[in-house]
Every structure is written in structure tokens, then in C-alpha cells.
Design a protein around this ligand. Structure first.
Ligand code: GLN
Length: 541
């Protein structure tokens, strides 16, 4: 089959969930027996989101090949079988950088370098190189909103692609349709405006998906169809989901998006989609009864997306053992200012950068360790657990990380040797997937049931090998090591109900239908803890 393209644009405002829509549509297409590749085009000028603040951009999603990418790529990986790589995310920064480098090399000698055709050609090339072999349909999500100055070259490139492949493209526009509580009305005007903005750059969508708070009345859909020049059966709604994000593919399938896509893209024979995998997960979600409380110890808590993949992984782990995971925010910085640590069933100490909140995280590590409450440290979380152990159990009172205290006399955590003289921030980390040897007869080995695993990393600092022998003899087991360098990848306390730190980010490999074993086991431990609390309570009364 000749390649097909689905372009997804968004209007009015950001954060409408375009990434989830792109991932859901891709999953629907896969269920029709087709192979999908997905790419996210980001119109901002940063080369990648690696140096952007989590407050601005949410989580940085790390691909297997070490790309620091947009968090929407996490949705793509969680929803589909697609191979997601660095190439699945292209920013305007990368594109301009490439064009300018070519210009300096003299590749355009004689011509004036312009947005059209040089930048637009490069955008089209990026779409092409993001395709995996055997791709039937490429889904292209254009970041930002229609009408932004930065989006223009991207919209122009997709307009041109439609001219190049007139029979094989589909444009989907996600528009916002607000409900005004004061007047009790649904307002279609913002959607109309974004459709006009799209028309001004030469794009008339084939499908409009209306993001709204509630299901939309037929009248509103009809209005959008009329103003947008889109047939009514191609105007769909996507109200806020009640229970879980995987209601999105189910809802789109209900509105027959699969049949419509078959028609528009001339897929023959048109295979209907199958949403059973999502339906069975939704059924599990509805049946959740027991609840555990997980204390999330971090510092970007007010930005919901900053820990997106961890929250997803916790949800997946709970869902697959009938447990509702309630997240209790614990602001590490507030603990430093005297706030008390909330009592929960288990703690998860999040990754992060810089000294703010570090000592608060140390307090939680000590609290969970001494009170035998399950605790999971991710990346910086492992470093915190190790430093707390060195300070308290080994008595090395000044133990620290050179990230937080560059002049410490006890660097239990220090920067990677190869990065020691690095001052530039972008692209200098241990990034992407690395192997890890799992020590036999450890809790981690019991959990993974494997001797060798692969996990994704994003950090500059490591446990100092000089302290490992003393840490191990004092009871902090190194349960995972990098096979060649011996770098510490996992630590645990064997005689604690569940105390594990990992230098990597297991959350990036968890899917709703395939929860990550570490998260699964962590929630199991939290459940045990919650039951034992209830039993203790019952005995006490
Ligand atoms: N700041 C720490 C480091 O660079 C941990 C990073 C993280 O948690 N992702 O090593």
C-alpha cells in the first residue's frame, strides 16, 4: 500500500490533549491491522525540550536511543506498538539548525535560503525519516496552535504534502468548544475562528474533533460542520473523560472514526477497528475497589505533566491488580521548611535536578527506611536514598552529591567521570537505554526475574564507587550494575518490606496492558502496608 498521512492540528488553545488524540488514532489504526509511524513536530526554537523547565514543558520523555523529547511521545509509546525514537520528534530549532548548517557548508550555493522551500523541504524530510520500514500510515502531530507565528512553516509543509499526495492525506483538526456556565451555553465561535485560521493557510480539515467539557449537542456539531466546511458525520466530539485516558480511543471508535479514515484515505479493504483492549482496561478501571495512598515526593507538583510517565506507570500497576492509586502530593521544599511528612501507604521519591527540595527528600528516605514503609526512589531518588544511608547508617555526616554541594568532602554521589569538565548543559548526560546486570538473590531479581535488563537513563551523576563496599557491608545492597563500568543502577535494603532505588527511569517502559514489574511490585507492597495498617488499627481498638 502506498503511504498515507494523517495530520493533526489544534486550535484555540494548547493542552487540549492533542497528543492523546494522536496516540488514540494511531492505536485505532493499528487495530485495523495497519502499521503506523508517528512524529511530533514542535514549532518552538529550542533544539529539544531537554533544557526546558518542567514548569514550562512538563516531563522530558526519553526515547530508547537517548532522545530528550516531548511528553506526547510517551502517549505514542504507551498506546501503540510504534518504534519511537529521536526521529519521532522534530523541533523548529533542529530544523533551522540543519538548514543553516547546510547553508554554511555551501549546499545551497547560489540560492537565497528561504522558509519556502528550504525550511518546508526540511520539515517534509523529517516526516519521511521518522517513518519505520513497512509503515502504512504516518500520523503527524503539529504542536502549538493554528494561528501561532511559529506554526506557519509547519502548516505550509503539510499543505504542500497534501498537494504532493492528494489522494492519501487526511487532516484532522482538534478544536476547543467551551461551555459557559454563566449562560449555560456551548460556544462554537472559538472553533469557528480556528477553522478560519486553518483555511487561511490553505487547509480544510477532513475531520474536526471538538474538545469539550461535556458531550456536545447536535446543534453545536452542525454549526461547526457548516462554518468549517466539513460534513456533519466528520464532526465528532471528545468530552473530558470520566475515568481514564483510554476512554478516548473507545469514544472515537464509537463515532466510527475508523470507517471515516478508511474512506478518506482510500484504504481497501477497510478493516474495522477493534477497541477491545481499551474496553477491557476500562472495565478493570470501573471495577477498582481497594485504594492505596502513594506519597509523591517532588518539587514540580503543581505542574501535573511534570511527572506524567511516573503517574501513568503507577496507574498501570494499580489497574492490573485491582487497586486504585491515590496520589498524595508531598512538596519536598515544604518539608525543609518544617512541614510534616504525610502518612501514606508508600512513598515515591521523584527524579529532579538542583538542590531545591533535596533535603526534604532525604527526610522522606529516612522516614520510610526507619519506619519500614515501602519507598521507591527514581533517579535522584536513588541518589537521595544512598546519601541518607551513608549519612545515618555509615555515620558519614557530610555525605552529599557534588550536584548539590560541589565542594563536599564526602562525595557519595558525583558527576560521571566523562562529564567532569562539562559546563555546557544541553546534551551532556547519560541518556537513553543501557543494560543492567541484576544481582541474583535480591528483591530486584525476584521482581524482574531476569539477569539482564535494559532501562532508560537521564542523569549526570552517579553513586561514587569508592563508597560501595562500605555501603554494602552496612546493608545497602547494590542489586543492579552496568555490566561494563560497574556503575550502580539499583539499590535495595533486603530486610525492609520494600526499599528500592533505581538510577534509571522505569516509568518510560510501562503500558496499561503491560505494567512495569517494579511499579507493579511497589503497588503490591503499598497494598500490603495498607492492609497491615488496617489490621493494626483493628487490633488497637
Ligand atoms: N540530578 C540528578 C543527576 O543528574 C538526577 C537526575 C534525574 O533525576 N533525572 O544525576
Amino acid at each position: 500500500m502506498q503511504g498515507r498521512f494523517i495530520f493533526i492540528t489544534g486550535g484555540v488553545l494548547s493542552s487540549l490533549g492533542k497528543g492523546v488524540i494522536a496516540a488514540s488514532i494511531s492505536s485505532i489504526i493499528e487495530s485495523m491491522g495497519l502499521n503506523v509511524s508517528i512524529i511530533k513536530l514542535d514549532p518552538y526554537l529550542n533544539v529539544d525540550p531537554g533544557t526546558m523547565s518542567p514548569y514550562q514543558h512538563g516531563e522530558v520523555y526519553v526515547t530508547e536511543d537517548g532522545g530528550e523529547t516531548d511528553l506526547d511521545l510517551g502517549h505514542y509509546e504507551r498506546y501503540t506498538r510504534c518504534k519511537i525514537s529521536k526521529k519521532s520528534n522534530a523541533t523548529a530549532g533542529q530544523i533551522l539548525d540543519y538548514v543553516l548548517q547546510k547553508e554554511r557548508k555551501g549546499d545551497y550555493l547560489g540560492s537565497t535560503v528561504q522558509v519556502i522551500p528550504h525550511v518546508t523541504d526540511e520539515i517534509k524530510r523529517r516526516i519521511q525519516i521518522a517513518q519505520q520500514p513497512g509503515t502504512d500510515i504516518t500520523v503527524i502531530e503539529v504542536g502549538g496552535t493554528v494561528g501561532d507565528i511559529e506554526s506557519l512553516p509547519f502548516l505550509e509543509a503539510i499543505r504542500q504534502m497534501r498537494c504532493d499526495h492528494p489522494q492519501h492525506c487526511c487532516n484532522i483538526h482538534l478544536a476547543y468548544v467551551p461551555f459557559l456556565k454563566s449562560s449555560g451555553e456551548t460556544k462554537t465561535k472559538p472553533a469557528q475562528h480556528s477553522l478560519v485560521a486553518l483555511r487561511q493557510v490553505g487547509i480544510i480539515p477532513d475531520i474536526v474533533i471538538c474538545r469539550s467539557e461535556h458531550p456536545l449537542p447536535f446543534e453545536s456539531l452542525k454549526k461547526i460542520s457548516l462554518f468549517g466546511n466539513v460534513p456533519i458525520h466528520a464532526v465528532m466530539d471528545q468530552p473530558d473523560v470520566e475515568r481514564a485516558l483510554f476512554e478516548v480511543p473507545i469514544h472515537l471508535k464509537k463515532q466510527k472514526i475508523d470507517l471515516l479514515l478508511s474512506q478518506i484515505l482510500k484504504l481497501s479493504p477497510p478493516n474495522p477497528a477493534n477497541a477491545s483492549i481499551w474496553e477491557s482496561l476500562l472495565k478493570k478501571e470501573i471495577e477498582l475497589r481497594t485504594e492505596v495512598q502513594i506519597g509523591v515526593v517532588g518539587k514540580y507538583l503543581e505542574h501535573k505533566d511534570a511527572y506524567k510517565s511516573v503517574f501513568e506507570a503507577l496507574h498501570h500497576a494499580g489497574l492490573n491488580q485491582g487497586v486504585k492509586v491515590r496520589l498524595i502530593e508531598i512538596d519536598a521544599e515544604k518539608l525543609e521548611n518544617g512541614e510534616e511528612i504525610s502518612e501514606v501507604d508508600a512513598y515515591i521519591i521523584m527524579g529532579g535536578f538542583g538542590p531545591r527540595g533535596f533535603e526534604g527528600k532525604i527526610q522522606v528516605a529516612a522516614h520510610a527506611r526507619t519506619r519500614l514503609i515501602p519507598c521507591f526512589g527514581i533517579c535522584l531518588g536513588l541518589q537521595v536514598m544512598t546519601i541518607e544511608y551513608a549519612r545515618t547508617v555509615l555515620g558519614l555526616k557530610t555525605a552529599h552529591s557534588t550536584e548539590m554541594a560541589p565542594d563536599t568532602d564526602c562525595p557519595v554521589v558525583l558527576s560521571l567521570s566523562e562529564c567532569k569538565n562539562v559546563t555546557q548543559l544541553g546534551g551532556t548526560m547519560r541518556l537513553g537505554s543501557y543494560p543492567c546486570l541484576v544481582e541474583k538473590k535480591t528483591r530486584c531479581h525476584e521482581i524482574y526475574k531476569k539477569d539482564l535488563i535494559q532501562e532508560r537513563h537521564r542523569h549526570r551523576y552517579e553513586v561514587n564507587q569508592d563508597y560501595i563496599d562500605s555501603l554494602e557491608s552496612a546493608g545497602l545492597k547494590i542489586s543492579g550494575r552496568h555490566p561494563e563500568t560497574g556503575l550502580t543502577e539499583m539499590v535495595e535494603i533486603t530486610d525492609h518490606p520494600w526499599y528500592i532505588g533505581v538510577q534509571f527511569h522505569p516509568e518510560f517502559q510501562s503500558k496499561a496492558f503491560a505494567p512495569h514489574p517494579l511499579f507493579f511490585s511497589f503497588i503490591q507492597a503499598a497494598l500490603e502496608q495498607s492492609k497491615s495498617k488496617i489490621e493494626c488499627g483493628a487490633t488497637a481498638t
